[in-house]
Write a protein that binds this ligand. Structure first.
Ligand SMILES: Nc1nc2c(c(=O)[nH]1)N[C@H]1C(S)=C(S)[C@@H](COP(=O)(O)O)O[C@H]1N2
Ligand SMILES: [Mo]
Length: 315
């Protein structure tokens, strides 16, 4: 997705000067945060190594058999606008994200509201390693071994009421840790949502790690959502709140540009993005392009969720 200052500005109207100034302000903001945390002289030294914890996760029958994208590509080619809009920004600036202590509030139309400590969440259900195809709306894809469990494990413990029709996922928005929050790139906090049956689908994951380790900050530490048949932006990172609601949520990308980003956002090669075709994708690490598959190749598992819906209208 291209960065726009206002949804009504055409990309052709964004001047190189505008992009340059946005970038310059971002670099300044990132520098201030890093200096506050480390002391200015530490900026000259190497970044502190992240605290990595190995996870023991059993292999999952839901995995695809394709070769995973390299750990390096998975962790250095990212979209995480709270840490900047360039693909390399999140891996370069997200060391300021503090992932302990961390809590996730589960609330709304449920009988058992609860605030989970992240360490409690890690033990909620046995961890599985699930190798999923992921596809960004920008036209690239990866294969990522995620460690976590089905979101349904958490939902069933929350005991949703009959009014719970949708689930909202809300990301941390702390300007002291996230240089992008000071900029009007998107409406913060980043909010995504699913319909209840999508959220309950066994493929839908709460991910706490990848490649057998706790999540790198740039991939959404300490906990993020993974919905492999939908475009990447549906997979909210660094979740602090999960809220059950009656009405369909207004998601961050819908608010930014309703014509380009719908609520469903299922991977669908037949529905072009208004500014580009979605028929093909580039698998990161490969040359050339491969055809994009309906529901990102998960049609056998998820197509029934959308039976009778017009997927060109519900894009
Ligand atoms: N909070 C938050 N979550 C986010 C984003 C973001 O900018 N902020 N970007 C989304 C997009 S567009 C994509 S493609 C995926 C990328 O996830 P990855 O970097 O772990 O591959 O994260 C999604 N989740
Ligand atoms: Mo994306």
């Amino acid at each position: 997705m291209l960065v726009r200052r206002r949804p009504d500005i055409l990309p052709s109207e964004i001047t190189p000067k505008g992009i340059y100034e946005n970038r310059r302000r971002f670099i300044q903001a990132a520098g201030i945060i890093a200096a506050a945390g480390l002391g200015a002289s530490a900026l000259m030294r190497a970044r502190p190594a992240r605290a990595v914890t190995k996870l023991s996760a059993r292999p999952s029958p839901l995995s695809v058999s394709e070769t995973p994208t390299s750990f390096k590509d998975v962790t250095t080619y990212n979209n995480y606008y709270e840490f900047g809009t360039d693909k390399t920004d999140p891996s370069e600036t997200s060391n300021t994200l503090k992932t302990r202590p961390w809590t996730v509030a589960v609330e709304g139309e449920i009988k058992k509201p609860k605030v989970y400590d992240i360490d409690e969440l890690l033990k909620l259900a046995p961890l599985e390693e699930r190798v999923y195809r992921m596809r960004c709306v920008e036209g690239w894809s990866m294969v990522i071994p995620w460690d976590g469990f089905s979101l349904s494990e958490l939902i069933k413990r929350a005991e949703p009421t009959s009014k719970a029709k949708f689930v909202e996922f809300i990301t941390l928005a702390d300007q002291a840790q996230m240089p992008g929050i000071g900029m009007a790139i998107l409406k913060w906090p980043y909010l995504e949502g699913l319909r209840m049956d999508e959220a309950m689908h066994p493929l839908t994951m709460l991910s706490l790690g990848l490649y057998g380790e706790t999540l790198p900050n740039q991939n959404g530490a300490p906990v993020r959502v993974v919905v492999p048949w939908k475009y990447g932006f549906k997979n909210g990172k660094s979740i602090v709140k999960i809220r059950f609601v009656e009405e369909q949520p207004k998601t961050t990308w819908q608010l930014a540009n309703p014509r380009e980003y719908g609520f469903y956002s299922n991977v669908n090669p037949e529905v072009d993005h208004p500014r580009w075709s979605q028929a093909k994708e580039r698998r990161i690490g490969e040359f050339g392009k491969r055809p994009t598959l309906m529901f990102n190749g998960y049609g056998d598992q998820v197509a029934s969720l959308y039976a009778g819906m017009d997927l060109k209208k519900n894009y």
